[in-house]
Design a protein around this ligand. Structure first.
Ligand SMILES: C[S@@+](CC[C@H](N)C(=O)[O-])C[C@H]1O[C@@H](n2cnc3c(N)ncnc32)[C@H](O)[C@@H]1O
Ligand code: SF4
Length: 437
């Protein structure tokens, strides 16, 4: 259970699903047409979400591991947007998805707000002509400050976007520059003004704690400036340095001489941030975010997935989870466009979860929310989670990271600050200590 100063600062820790992606494989892709050919039984149909991956950025940030490309032409972006619509059409014609509406929609990247206005308008219209989202509970759209303009925000609002997520990361020009961000502090102010003037139901701002060049004081100054803006939601990720990032390579070749924050330092800074957010009237919702009003500012995309919702991911390298089968799209240009031109699903690898793996998946994902209900797992899986996970629960309770009341397993604040580092304790032995991606 590595959870102290001996943890390597590099590598992936953030858990977005279970089992780890490295266990999904190309020889399990046959499971996908099988599930797509079956309409789910009406009484067992979970909510369905749509994720749309937009893999374009102005420039690549030093620390970022998401699939995205800088410098693509507007023609390429328009062709990609049309390919997304063809992909959605393919899925719409399957028995599993034909008659279902989307409960939530998420445009992620990359930087979706980099799409030119005309392409964006066309994409939003064309997607909705395949599956209208007028009854959808939440439509999130990720933006980066330099690409936010008043006309673009109006296009989003007119097309039903309900939640803007603005990637700020830091409000400190020196730190922004050192981490390869293309925006400066003044761009954040302008972008935020355009967003608030347009008026969306929910605005979230992303920050990162532990960026190169940051120290505790500069991080807390950034946080204070964000709190002054009063966004509905503030998300703070602890910096990861995955092995496929420019930042990792620069550290390896000793091109960066600044100290890299340890996990203990990042947790300490995030712990203070949570206290300051609570003092400012926010409510901590999970290991990363706090919202002003938990009734109005919930994040459906996250909570629905953590409770077993289906998700259709379209676009290069995107992830789906339908009827207990995980699958991921191909990432290369040639294969993504090539497969779609043939009318084939552009899928690269898959994994079918058994009953126990579905239980583990939902249990670890719900632990990220800091609180897991016994009754939920008894009703859905007919399993007593205190018995099923007796050993790891006992160990983590003795370490002071977990506690419980009569009906819930609860993470302590110290547990919540390191939640992604604890989850592996609940995995099947064959899924422990393996590469995540
Ligand atoms: C896919 S990015 C999209 C946001 C937008 N492109 C931007 O950067 O402004 C979503 C979020 O992931 C977080 N993120 C990206 N790389 C990270 C890393 N290495 N460690 C922690 N968080 C990271 C950032 O907070 C970012 O806002
Ligand atoms: S953090 Fe955002 S802008 Fe930077 S490379 Fe990643 S997706 Fe692109």
């Amino acid at each position: 259970m590595p959870c102290g100063s001996d943890e390597p600062v590099t590598g992936n820790y953030f858990v977005s699903t279970y089992p780890p992606f490295s266990t999904w494989s190309s020889n399990k892709v046959n499971a996908v047409p099988e599930v797509l050919n079956q309409a789910p039984a009406p009484q067992h149909t979970p909510p369905l979400g749509l994720y749309i991956h937009i893999p374009f950025c102005v420039e690549r940030c030093q620390y970022c591991y998401y699939l995205s490309y800088a410098g693509k032409s507007t023609k390429h972006m328009a062709d990609y947007a049309d390919a997304l619509v063809s992909e959605l059409n393919l899925y719409r014609n399957t028995s599993a998805l034909a008659n279902r509406h989307f409960s939530f929609v998420y445009f992620g990247g990359g930087t979706p707000s980099l799409l030119p206005d005309a392409t964006l308008n066309r994409l939003l219209n064309n997607l909705q002509s395949v599956v209208p989202w007028n009854n959808t509970d939440e439509v999130t759209f990720e933006c980066a400050p330099k690409t936010v303009t008043p006309p673009k925000m109006h296009i989003l609002k007119d097309n039903g976007v309900t939640r803007i997520s603005l990637g700020v990361q830091a409000v400190d020009d020196e730190v922004l520059r050192k981490n390869g961000r293309v925006h400066m502090t003044r761009d954040v102010e302008q972008a935020y003004e355009a967003i608030t003037k347009t008026g969306f139901p929910i605005t979230n701002i992303d920050l990162i704690v532990g960026l190169i060049g940051e120290n505790e004081a500069s991080f807390l100054r950034s946080l204070a400036r964000i709190i002054d803006l009063k966004p509905d939601s503030i998300t703070i990720y602890q910096l990861e340095i995955p092995l496929n990032t420019p930042l990792y390579r620069s550290l390896q070749s000793a091109q960066i001489h600044e100290p890299v924050a340890s996990w203990d330092e990042k947790r300490h800074r995030l712990g203070i941030a949570f206290e300051q957010l609570v003092a400012a009237g926010y409510h901590v919702q999970n290991g990363y975010s706090a919202v002003r009003d938990p009734q109005r500012h919930s994040f459906i995309y996250q909570t629905a997935q953590y409770h077993g919702a289906d998700l259709l991911g379209i676009g290069k390298a995107s992830f789906s989870y339908i009827s207990g089968v995980h699958f991921q799209n191909v990432a290369t240009e040639e294969s993504y466009f090539g497969q779609l031109q043939k009318g084939a699903f552009p899928i690269k690898r898959a994994y079918t979860l058994n009953h126990d793996e579905r239980l583990i998946r939902e249990f670890v994902l719900q632990l990220k929310l800091g609180r897991v209900s016994d009754e939920y797992f008894m009703k859905k899986f007919h399993v007593n989670i205190r018995d099923r996970f007796a050993r790891p629960l006992g160990e983590l309770e003795r370490a002071g990271w977990i506690e419980h009341d009569a009906a819930h397993i609860i993470l302590t604040r110290e547990g919540l600050l390191r939640v992604d580092h604890l989850l592996e304790n609940f995995y099947l032995p064959s899924h422990q200590h393996i590469r995540y991606s």
